[in-house]
Design a protein around this ligand. Structure first.
Ligand code: PEP
Ligand code: MG
Length: 752
């Protein structure tokens, strides 16, 4: 770029910044700015279009077009050249605009006399805010240098927009981060929560997009990049060469590559030379990388984008001195908003600190979801890429976990609708509290054992509060997932003993470590598998690498301190696997005995039935197992070949599908024949209608989230299970795919 243009550009940026110091209102400032840009860029037209809502752009200021069109001319995202620039996040540079593809003529603007058009997105960190447009009569394409200068100006405009510099009385120029917004995601954990945003990683605020002294600014940038390199090297040095740390090392090596990238630094230095501050230069490159790669379908590129993004954030923190800890206090009723979060970080917040969680990424089976479920707080996953960019600490937010919807800064109608829902839920809980000590006994005298699922000691108080008869599934993964190394046996024994203490004699079914698939231990070498859900997981790992499982069994035996012990092995697909796992337990009992430890007073060994194959296992399996627990989450995904993590397919097959109910019926019958106690511990056990149908098919024990016990019991106590069975049988005989509508109709008409 010519020296002349450079200094022109700097001069323009300074003038733009000076408008911030002037005592002008939002609109006047915008009007002034378009004038400045037009004269500095020597174009006849300069216009600024800003988003009025997520889909609509509005002409907010112009120099050169008809002033009457301001706040009148609007276009949809993707409509016309302006809409295209905004939608694609790319510059549109046309010498002969009227003949360009997608051109849309707006008569009220009087733009017909202008041939050339250059629209540059006003974007900040991937967030499209508007479009800066220059036009001229002469049919010419704008040069690379001119486009670059416009991009720099657009960056400053983006920062100014973010700072609320254009907010005036005009409704179209409402401050950013004030509009109500709705994000639709996936259901991670049901329930409704109202509270205030707490950003896991607060956003950096850049208050000085324009710099006066490029030399000093370049110096600041270089120093910050040096610091960044040192910190990345330090992180790399702290990671061992152990194969288990391979993944982490790879990520850090990618970080180092970016941190040392000459072209990255060069581009930022050019931005500074054009007049931006070091911070704004970092954001400009971050934004354009997002625009380039954000559309990349290639998962590898997307991951690299994330690396670059993380690194840019680190650099911004170094430059601004704004650490992850901004000193801001956590608001009351905090609802955590994060891009993603690991289980350890989440557990650090502690139970009770959060009312809900919103994740841009995450997944239903992610570790964070397991913790949220354990804490029984609403969680929305896949909430979309803009939540963390839109939400500000302290913003009012409502999470509708039942629908997977997040309402940020909700308007009054939404607030009152959701509050009604909350009140109804609270009222229902009150009602359920009234039946807490009553049995889940149907009208025709069938008694269903109500147990709860847990995974943390902190959940044990729910045993008392919910009226659960015991813990039907204690998932032991969390203690393994939340650490950087394998937990020690003594540590685990201590935890399990406290669980048994807290259960006060009620039965706790400890499920041995169920890892693999989505549950990957940070310190375990990750095997690349084409199909992890069908891969090396759970008992398959336990049997192949016996060390950890044996250690866990020893910890369980020691924790029992003579009390009864119940152990369940996950993901048993065939009899032999159960025999082998059970033998491990028997061997450990013998060993512990020899070592002088007190053995449990009795030991029950069960299997989780999570693959259809086990339902067809030899009778001897059912005789050997002291009990069986149906892991419906996995069983259903394998029965229908529909990934439980995949939003596209996971709801496709109804739990009340006749084939699935017939499978449940067959399992109940086979267990009956051998008098093997059987329960159901998947999520469906906590859904009243599903639970009632399972009971009608013959199951007599259900294990669920504590909060579901009330609703399930409430329904079971109101129905005659024999009648329910007749309804189901009649529906099955009629050839329907799912019995749901017949059951619902019966409940509506026959059950009070
Ligand atoms: C299940 O699969 O139903 C189950 C209870 O186990 P998890 O959800 O932990 O896989
Ligand atoms: Mg399972």
């Amino acid at each position: 770029m010519a020296e002349q243009t450079e200094s022109e550009s700097r001069k323009l940026l300074r003038r733009l910044r000076d408008t911030l110091a002037e005592d002008t209102a939002g609109q006047a400032r915008l009007d002034h700015i378009v004038g400045l840009i037009a004269s500095s860029m020597q174009t006849e037209v300069c216009s600024i279009y800003l988003f009025r809502d997520a889909e609509t752009l509005e002409l907010c200021a112009t120099e050169g077009l008809n002033k009457e069109a301001v706040h009148q001319t609007r276009m949809k995202l993707g409509e016309g050249l302006v809409g295209r620039a905004a939608r694609d996040g790319k510059v549109v540079n046309e010498a002969d605009a009227p003949s360009a593809k997608g051109f849309r003529y707006m008569p009220e603007t009087g733009e017909e006399v202008f041939s050339s058009f250059c629209g540059v997105p006003i974007a900040r960190l991937g967030d499209q805010l508007g479009v800066l447009v220059v036009q001229s009569r002469e049919a010419r394409a704008f040069s690379e240098d001119e486009v670059y200068a416009l991009e720099v100006v657009a960056m400053v405009l983006a920062e100014m927009t973010e700072l609320g510099a254009f907010v005036g009385e005009g409704e179209a120029l409402r401050a950013r981060h004030t509009n109500p917004m709705m994000f639709r995601g996936g259901i991670g954990q049901e329930g409704v929560a109202e509270g205030n945003v707490w950003l896991h990683e607060p956003r950096v605020v850049v208050t000085n997009p324009v710099a006066d002294d490029p030399v000093a600014e370049t110096e600041r940038l270089r120093e910050a990049v040096d610091n960044l390199r040192v910190s990345v090297d330090d992180m790399l040095n702290s990671v061992s060469n152990d194969p288990v740390d391979k993944d982490q090392r790879e990520v850090l090596e990618a970080y180092r590559m970016f941190a040392n990238s000459r072209s990255w630094l060069r581009r930022m230095e050019e931005d500074i030379a054009a007049g931006l501050s070091a911070e704004a230069a970092v954001e400009k490159e971050q934004s354009s990388a997002r625009a380039r790669l954000g559309q990349a379908a290639d998962p590898y590129l997307r991951e690299r984008l994330q690396d670059l993004d993380d690194l840019s954030n680190r650099l911004l923190r170094i430059l601004t001195g704004q650490g992850a800890d901004t000193g801001a206090g956590m608001p009351e009723d905090a609802i955590l908003v994060a891009r993603n979060i690991g289980p350890a970080e989440l557990l650090d917040y502690g139970r009770g600190a959060l009312k809900g969680i919103v994740l841009e990424q995450g997944s239903v089976g992610s570790h964070a979801a397991i913790v949220a479920r354990a804490w029984a707080i609403p969680l929305v996953v896949h909430a979309g890429e803009r939540v963390t960019g839109e939400a500000l600490n302290g913003d009012h937010i409502m999470v509708d976990g039942d629908q997977g919807i997040v309402h940020l800064r909700p308007d009054d109608t939404v607030v009152s609708a959701l509050r009604d829902k909350l009140a109804m839920q609270a009222e229902a809980q009150q009602r359920y509290a009234g039946i807490r000590d009553l049995p889940a006994e149907s009208k025709d005298g069938c008694r269903i054992a109500m147990q709860m699922n847990a995974g943390l000691i902190a959940e044990l108080p729910s045993l008392e509060n919910s009226g659960a008869e015991g813990v039907g599934l204690f998932r032991t993964e969390l203690q393994f997932l939340a650490r950087n190394t394998v937990p020690r046996r003594s540590e685990l024994a201590g935890i399990y003993a406290r669980v048994l203490d807290a259960a006060q004699g009620k039965r706790v079914v400890f499920r041995t470590l169920d890892i693999g698939s989505d549950k990957v231990l940070p310190y375990m070498k990750r095997e690349e598998e084409p199909n992890p859900a069908l891969g090396w997981r759970a008992i398959r790992v336990g049997l192949d690498k016996g060390g950890v499982m044996r250690m866990q069994l020893q910890a369980l035996i020691r924790a029992s301190k003579g009390r009864p012990l119940t152990v369940m092995f996950p993901f048993i697909a065939q009899f032999d696997e159960f025999k082998q796992a059970r033998q491990h337990l028997l061997d450990e009992l013998e060993r512990e005995d020899k070592l002088g430890h007190t053995l449990p007073e009795r030991v029950d060994v069960g299997a989780m039935l999570e693959t259809p194959s086990l339902a067809f296992a030899p009778k001897q399996f059912f005789e050997m197992a002291d009990f069986i627990s149906i892991g419906g989450n996995d069983l259903k995904q394998f029965f229908f070949a529909a990934d439980r993590e995949n939003e596209r397919v996971r709801r496709r097959y109804d739990t009340l599908n006749v084939s699935y109910l017939s499978l449940i019926e067959q399992i109940a019958r086979r267990c009956d024949e051998t008098e093997t106690p059987v329960s159901f511990c998947g999520e469906d056990a906590g859904r009243p209608i599903e639970a009632m149908c399972f009971a009608a098919m013959g199951l007599r024990a259900l294990s669920m989230r504590p909060a579901s016990i009330g609703p399930v019991k409430h329904l079971i106590r109101r129905v005659d299970l024999g009648e329910a069975r007749q309804v189901i049988d009649a529906a099955r005989a009629s050839g329907v795919q799912s019995v749901r509508s017949d059951v619902m109709e019966w409940l509506r008409t026959e059950v009070q």
